[in-house]
Design a protein around this ligand. Structure first.
Ligand code: NAD
Length: 320
């Protein structure tokens, strides 16, 4: 039973959905965020809910929460390449110091701790699909290392707190997740393609578009994270949708679903961009009883509808 959960990074894309789901399940939620890449707007609709508290706080500094806490879900970190390349030191600091402080909070409160890690710990993988026992292929001095290595270090910290301090920790390795409340300009492929399709602009596919991604709708990812929160398993556990598609197929699917006539153009592929990505989800299924259930076309349709409304609001505000 989760009475009170602390969600770090709760005003971000994924964190806001986690806060929403926890509240709907009857938990009180303290959302801690410094709004570096998230926004109070993402949780504005929760502010009137009994049990919801929004605290502006930088996890790399002093962290304090009053009262008992059953769960610390550590989701604070820039997550999109555009953000972490712009904020390299901040990303390393929240992965290191931020994780240390979130773990300290869980230890002080005797709470379950779950780290939102990432499929990026596998880097440009040499094994496919990726199972949790694969150690990864990360370039420690490449441009993406600020994120990948921060998360690898955060996993090491989490494991050390479990082994040497007795904290009830768990690690989820989240694969590409999409859905409402992603930022139109966050640089990730899905919001970029959707906005380009809706605005009638060319869809910019990196490289020849043959690289693959496995995309998971946000409701499924949140269910996986919360299944891990309710378990006492250490993990790591992959949470993602094994349905794999090429980036070019993804662009064409989005263009069709958005009923857009935008052309597709090809742009330079970023350094260290992974060639393939697909989770092996057997462990999540067997241990947590979790499986993704939303087919990509349904999830993409819901996301396109949300972006269409969001772009209208922004246009009315003169923001675009
Ligand atoms: P996001 O950028 O929307 O959310 C991250 C949140 O963390 C933001 O609200 C940001 O303001 C906050 N934050 C950053 N630094 C902070 C600090 N020092 N103190 C307090 N708050 C801070 O990103 P997201 O996509 O919602 O990702 C959430 C988490 O899930 C991240 O830890 C990310 O690594 C992980 N993850 C996400 C995905 C995905 O596909 N979205 C995939 C793998 C892992």
């Amino acid at each position: 039973m989760i009475g009170h959960a602390v969600v770090t990074g709760g005003a971000g894309f994924l964190g806001s959905h986690v806060c929403e789901r926890l509240l709907a399940q009857g938990a009180a939620v303290t959302c801690m965020d410094n709004f570096l890449t998230g926004s109070p707007r993402n949780v504005a609709h929760l502010l009137g809910e009994p049990g919801f508290r929004l605290t502006e706080c930088d996890l790399t500094g002093f962290v304090h929460v009053t009262g008992g806490v059953d769960l610390v879900l550590h989701m604070a970190s820039a997550a999109s390449p555009v953000d972490y390349l712009r904020l390299p030191i901040e990303t390393l600091k929240v992965g290191g110091l931020g994780t240390l402080h979130a773990l300290g909070l869980a230890r002080e409160k005797n709470a379950r701790f779950v780290l939102a890690s990432t499929s990026e710990v596998y880097g440009d993988p040499l094994r496919h699909p990726q199972r949790e026992d694969y150690w990864g292929n990360v370039n420690p001095v490449g441009p993406r290392s600020v994120y990948d290595e921060a998360k690898r270090y955060a996993e090491a910290l989490t494991t050390a707190y479990r082994v040497s301090r007795g904290v009830n920790t768990g690690i989820v390795r989240i694969f590409n997740t999409y859905g409402p409340r992603m930022r139109p300009d966050d640089g990730r492929a899905i919001p970029t393609f959707i906005c380009q399709a809706l605005m009638g602009r060319p869809l910019t596919v990196a490289g020849d578009g043959g690289q693959t991604r496995s995309i998971c709708y946000v409701d499924d990812t949140v269910a996986g994270i919360l299944a891990m929160a309710r378990d006492d398993f250490a993990g790591p556990v992959n949470i993602g949708n094994p349905e794999e598609m090429s980036v070019l197929d993804l662009a064409m699917t989005i263009r069709d679903l958005a009923e857009s006539e935008s052309p597709i153009t090809f742009v330079e592929r970023p350094a260290d961009d992974p060639a393939v990505r697909r989770p092996d989800t057997a462990l999540a299924r067997d241990r947590l009883g979790w499986l993704p259930t939303v087919p990509s076309k349904d999830g993409l349709r819901r996301t396109i509808d949300w972006f269409a409304r969001e772009l209208d609001v922004r246009a009315a505000d003169g923001a675009i």
